[in-house]
Design a protein around this ligand. Structure first.
Ligand code: ATP
Ligand code: MG
Length: 355
């Protein structure tokens, strides 16, 4: 056999975001210059299957993962998934740079109860040396991430039901940071110490992350999202949830939809972004950000980019991490682009293939 038609053994992982409305799957390849989207699928989840970052219905999530995997037509079984929310604690600590990895592990285990508010036997801990401390070169800066073991195990169990394996368990905020590197941001947002606000507006939750030099320095979650718009459409026009969602995406709704429903909701989104930033400013010495990135499904609302930019006087972009990527033939490019703002986490996870 020449192996002409046999695929090279790939070392990629499937990036899988298990969110409250869907499981989102993405596979990337990288040829040194350019990323290519190899596989992509989104499989919707019924309400309640995943709530507040926790899997509450293992069977349903497992089945959705299985469907997404087969829809994507990827043969890869190794995945990267992420945990997030209150179950996750990340902290940078300083330790003597001379310590070996084993010694660091021991010391972290001894000190961890100072900043981890859960019984340590219920917690999975990982750490990574970031580099030497700028202030004291004899110290290393070590990033410690801890997560309720149960949250990791539920994700592993759901993946296993679908014949998939958790090769990497990451933290959502890190996946987002990684994905942000791909965005074509303006020059002022590339300068050292500049601040980028990433606002992820999902269905239930809006998360503001402020990123400086590639690291998240502030996070705030608000219970606000596109579900409120769906509910208002349902209420006003007497539609089912599915009908309202479809109308929201197609725009095929009664004439007064734009002025009476969409405009007030868009105003509310702008206000949420503005308030989120006010909270950040009041808790830090900053009073401005250099650039705003809008992500999550609700960022696709028509006109939102312009309205946020006008109201806040800052450059704004709706995230599309695939803007400069190639796309494999089997991937539906149009759908991928339409969903791009909601795929930041899946994309940041898929990038773990190239560590
Ligand atoms: N083109 C679009 N226009 C307007 N709204 C959209 C569009 N596409 C998706 N949405 C809305 O975005 C929301 C889903 O976004 P996303 O996939 O980011 O949420 P999620 O990550 O599953 O939810 P959460 O982060 O709240 O757990 C839904 O309310 C959906 O109706
Ligand atoms: Mg989300």
């Amino acid at each position: 056999m020449l192996g002409l038609f046999r695929k090279k053994k790939s070392n990629t992982v499937l990036g899988i975001d298990i969110s409250s409305t869907a499981v989102k799957l993405l596979e990337l390849s990288h040829n040194g210059k350019r990323y290519r989207v190899e596989a992509y699928a989104v499989e919707p989840l019924p309400a309640g299957a995943v709530a507040e970052n926790n899997i509450s219905d293992l069977e349903i999530v497992g089945a959705a993962l299985g469907k997404a995997a087969s829809k994507s037509r990827s043969s890869q079984k190794k995945t990267a998934v992420a945990v997030s929310g209150a179950a996750v604690i990340t902290k940078t600590v300083e330790m003597p740079a001379s310590l070996s990895d084993d010694d660091m592990e021991t010391q972290i285990a001894i000190e961890a109860d100072q900043y981890i508010p859960y019984p340590l036997d219920e917690v999975a801990i990982d750490f990574e040396v970031q580099g030497l401390s700028e202030k004291n070169p004899e110290k290393a800066e070590v990033l410690v991430a801890a997560c309720r073991r149960e949250n990791v195990e539920m994700r592993e169990a759901a993946l296993n039901l679908a014949g998939l394996k958790a090769h990497v368990v990451d933290v959502e905020a890190f996946a987002l940071e990684r994905c942000c590197e791909l965005l074509p941001v303006p020059d002022e947002a590339k300068e050292k110490d500049s601040l980028m606000a990433l606002v992820d507006i999902g269905a239930l939750v809006t998360t503001l992350n402020v990123i400086q030099n590639g690291k998240t320095i502030y996070t705030r979650e608000q219970l606000f999202g596109g579900k409120q718009l769906t509910e208002e459409i349902q209420r006003r026009y007497g539609l089912s949830e599915d009908e309202a969602n479809a109308g929201k995406l197609s725009g095929e709704l009664p004439d007064d939809y734009e002025s009476e429903v969409l405009k007030p909701f868009t105003d509310a989104v702008v206000q949420q972004v503005s308030r989120g930033l006010q909270f950040f400013f009041s808790s830090s010495h900053f009073n401005d950000v250099d650039h705003i990135v809008l992500a999550g499904g609700t960022a696709s609302l028509p006109g939102l980019e312009e309205m946020v930019s006008e109201k806040l006087g800052t450059s704004v972009q709706v995230a599309n991490p695939f803007a400069e990527m190639a796309v494999a033939g089997r991937v539906k490019a149009g759908e991928l682009t339409r969903n791009a703002p909601a795929l930041m986490i899946a994309c940041g996870l898929a990038m773990r293939s190239f560590d």
